[in-house]
Structures are given as structure tokens and as C-alpha cells.
Design a protein around this ligand. Structure first.
Ligand code: GLN
Length: 473
């Protein structure tokens, strides 16, 4: 692969004629084939990517190329791209082709990015290890015995293994940040409503956001400038103007930062992950930031609240996969009811079925108040407490995950153990605030450790500024 540092540097090389978009695309296709065993890609869009690359080379010559000219980008398999397959890594969407492109894809294409293919993930973005894909597990290139994280595992691996310049994932409870943390990449979850969800296959609509996984913070900032902003197709996309994220990167601002004492002292936090977090806190203090401990006594409520509300939303969102409208239809069906039952029984995997049943249960007449309404109230409480901390502090800092990438099968037998992997990441989705995972050194087991920064709603600009200080210091 042509050497890569940042998207901006690559753009300069392309304009100077040192390489071409076609050459970069061909190299990416070869690199993906050479790393096929990682199983990061479900499909390479070879023909459309090369056709696009030829056009982009013409634009580069004419001086009319966009900000992402030639940048090789991969999409999680739940982001729609017109006339290309999309399956959410599920058998139930077998053979389905997108009828339209997501807003994110349209904005990437408008800036001349090259969309190279679709990336493996947990089925319908439900999982923390990529072990729930109907198309097999994805290997972590840093240690192939370990998971890459999930659900955007293929997206993280494509960046970590050097197969893409950047990729996109979706984050409902940590699915961008946790795999980024497990693979030593940068993962960004925008404020809820900062990026349009049009053309994203919904998991839990009041939590989902699309965001980038990149080699560095500067690229994440640039990609966010491109994809963020109002969209007439998504009424939850905010009208607020998009900040100048790339411009904020070199500012040397000092901030007030809170670390959550309850997170740092959490049972189950790997001692070395804790140590690395504390060391970074000391470095931030030495660089002039104020970092203080804050109380967040609700840590134990985060994961249950997340799983009650997201499964409820999922049970509704996934009802559209009925064997009539999309993809797979059971060949064993004899009438309408058996079409629904057999298609859904055969088409969905085990974890997706578990969540649909759980979500249907918490929404059912007898249990609605006890579970769903209660979880909504707890969401409000968690929101208020987090906002209170963010009134006194610009940011909240935590480890991204309690440990490093774990071995395949380690959490598979116990869903609760798997769900607890999300303990630090779900808060940002419950509350709707922006969050980033950046690499924070290496564990003695040789695997990367991640650090998470959460900011105020729509304060992406300062979040990128602090994140770039953390990664440069
Ligand atoms: N691991 C979490 C879950 O299983 C997060 C998933 C996500 O963010 N899409 O739900």
C-alpha cells in the first residue's frame, strides 16, 4: 500500500501526481485479498470502486476534486449504498440491494471518496465481539486469537490492518469505540442528531449514530465535517451548523476534565487499564488541564437501562423483516403466518432473537411499567446526572473498555458478561453526547488500551481539540 499518514497528506500527494486514485484502489483491492482470512470484508465493490477512481483521477487533473479525493473508505454492512448489497450481517437480508444511498454515503461520494466495500459486523449491530455475524467471526490482526470487538469489528480491522484509509461504523452502545479500543484505532461517536441516520439500518433509533473509525484524530475530524449536518430525510438530524473541527485540532486550549471515580474504581477494571488511564490523567494535568474526580453513583444502572430500552426499540424496528418486504423468505412457508414465523425463525441469529424477545417482553402490557417506563425514567436520571457533571467540567474521561481484546468464546456462554463489556461506552448513547476512543498505550499482553473522552452535546470541536492533545502528548 502507498504509505499513509493522514487524509490531508494523501490529498497533497495525489495532487502532486505522486500516486493516483486508481493505483490506490488497486492496491487496496490486493491488500484486502491478501488479508482475506481476517474476514473483515463481506464484499469488495471492485467494479464501482475502480470506475469511481478513474473519474476521481480525472477530477484531480482538472483541479476539481473534492476534499476526500482518492480516500479509500469501507462501510459497515448496515449503511446503505444504492445498487449495492447490504445485509446487516444477517441471513434475513440475503440478496437484498439498497434502493437508495444513505446520506453519509452521498456526502462521502460528493467529496470523491472511494467506497471499497462492505464490512462484517455483529448481526444487526448487536454484539461486542463480532461473534454474532451470520458470516463468521472477524480476527483481530493484532492477535488473531482475540476478538476485534463489536459490533463494528470489520470496520475497525479494515483500518487496523491497513486495508482502508478510514471506515464507517454505527454506535448504539459503543460499537465504534469498543472495536477501536481493541484494535488501536480512533473511533468517534457523534452527538445524537449530529449525523443523519437516513439509510442506516436501524437497531435502536434513539441511540444509533454513524461515525468514523480512523488512523488518527485529524482524519476523524475531517470526515465528521463532511458527514455531519442537517438532513431533510432525518428529522432527528440537528439544524445546528457544523463546527470547524479540523481547525480546532492545533489549538492549545486547556480544559476542565472530570474522571468518574466510580469507573476508575470499578470492580472488573483491568489493573493495567486503570494504571494507563491514571497516567494519562497525570499527563493532562502536567499539560495544564484541570482533572478532578467526580461522583457518578449510577454506574450499575447504565447497562440494564441500555438493554431494556435498546431491545424495546429493536423489537419494533426489526418487525419489518417479515419475509414479505426484504431479502430472505422461508421456502418452508405455506401461508402468511408461517411466512412470518419461519422466515424470522430461520433468518435471524440467536442473539437477535434473544433481543427481539426481550424487547417484546419489556413492552408487553403486564410489564411495560415495570421495565420500559422505568428504564425511560432512569434514562432521564442518568441524563441529568451526566449533564450536571458537564456543567462543571468540559469533558468526562474514562477507559473505553474494562479490559483489552478478549479471546474468542470467552464471553459467549454468558450474555450478561458480554453486556458488561459495554459498561463505559453506553453512557454516551443513553445521554446522547459525543464520545471518542483514542489509543492509550499498550498492555503487557501486547494489546492496545483505549481511552474514552465524552463531551457536551454538539461540542465536537473541543472534543477533537482535546483528543488530538491526548494522542500527541
Ligand atoms: N455491544 C453493544 C450491544 O451489543 C453495542 C452495540 C452497538 O453499539 N451497536 O448492543
Amino acid at each position: 500500500m502507498y504509505p499513509f499518514s493522514t487524509i490531508a497528506a494523501l490529498g497533497a500527494d495525489l495532487r502532486a501526481g505522486k500516486t493516483s486514485s486508481v493505483a490506490l484502489t488497486e492496491q487496496a483491492i490486493a491488500a484486502i485479498a491478501a488479508k482475506k482470512h481476517l474476514n473483515a470484508f463481506l464484499e469488495v465493490f471492485e467494479t464501482s470502486a475502480l470506475a469511481q477512481a478513474r473519474q476521481v483521477d480525472g477530477k484531480i487533473k482538472a483541479g476539481t476534486a473534492g476534499r476526500l479525493a482518492g480516500v479509500i473508505v469501507g462501510l459497515k454492512d448496515n449503511i446503505c449504498y444504492q445498487a449495492h448489497k447490504v445485509s446487516a450481517s444477517s441471513k434475513i437480508l440475503e440478496g437484498f440491494e439498497s434502493l437508495y444511498s444513505s446520506t453519509v454515503v452521498e456526502r462521502l461520494l460528493a467529496e470523491d471518496a472511494i467506497i471499497i466495500g462492505r464490512l462484517n459486523c455483529d448481526e444487526f449491530a448487536m454484539g461486542s465481539s463480532n461473534e454474532n455475524s451470520a458470516f463468521g467471526r472477524v480476527l483481530n490482526p493484532l492477535d488473531e486469537r482475540t476478538v476485534p470487538g463489536g459490533s463494528s469489528g470489520g470496520s475497525a480491522v479494515a483500518v487496523a490492518a491497513g486495508l482502508c484509509h478510514a471506515t464507517f461504523g454505527s454506535d448504539t452502545g459503543g460499537s465504534i469505540r469498543q472495536p477501536a479500543s481493541f484494535t488501536g484505532t480512533v473511533g468517534f461517536k457523534p452527538t445524537y442528531g449530529r449525523v443523519s441516520r437516513w439509510g442506516l439500518i436501524a437497531y435502536a433509533s434513539s441511540f444509533d449514530q454513524i461515525g468514523p473509525i480512523t488512523h488518527n484524530v485529524a482524519d476523524a475530524a475531517l470526515l465528521m465535517e463532511v458527514i455531519a449536518g442537517p438532513d431533510e430525510h432525518d428529522t432527528t438530524a440537528s439544524q445546528k451548523p457544523v463546527g470547524h473541527y479540523t481547525g480546532s485540532l492545533s489549538a492549545k486550549k486547556t480544559y476542565r476534565i472530570a474522571y468518574l471515580k466510580d469507573c476508575i474504581n470499578a470492580e472488573g477494571l483491568d489493573p493495567e487499564v486503570k494504571q494507563k488511564t491514571l497516567e494519562t490523567i497525570e499527563r493532562l494535568k502536567a499539560a495544564g488541564h484541570t482533572v478532578e474526580g467526580a461522583d457518578f453513583p449510577y454506574l450499575d444502572y447504565l447497562v440494564p437501562t441500555y438493554y431494556v430500552l435498546t431491545t424495546a426499540e429493536a423489537s419494533s424496528n426489526l418487525s419489518r423483516f417479515d419475509g414479505v418486504h426484504f431479502g430472505y423468505r422461508s421456502p418452508n412457508a405455506t401461508d402468511l403466518e408461517s411466512t412470518y414465523k419461519k422466515t424470522r425463525s430461520e433468518g435471524f441469529g440467536k442473539e437477535v432473537k434473544r433481543r427481539i424477545m426481550l424487547g417484546t417482553f419489556v413492552l408487553s402490557a403486564g410489564y411495560y411499567d415495570a421495565y420500559y417506563s422505568k428504564a425511560q425514567k432512569v434514562r432521564q436520571l442518568l441524563r441529568r446526572k451526566t449533564e450536571e457533571i458537564l456543567q462543571s467540567y468540559d469533558f468526562i474521561i474514562t477507559p473505553s473498555t474494562p479490559g483489552t481484546a478478549f479471546e474468542f468464546g470467552k464471553n459467549s456462554a454468558d450474555p450478561i458478561k458480554m453486556y458488561l463489556e459495554d459498561i463505559f461506552t453506553v453512557q454516551a448513547n443513553i445521554v446522547g453526547i459525543p464520545a471518542i476512543s483514542v489509543p492509550n498505550g499498550t498492555h503487557s499482553n501486547g494489546l492496545p488500551v483505549g481511552l474514552q473522552l465524552m463531551g457536551r452535546p454538539f461540542d465536537e470541536e473541543n472534543l477533537f481539540c482535546l483528543a488530538s492533545q491526548v494522542t500527541l502528548s
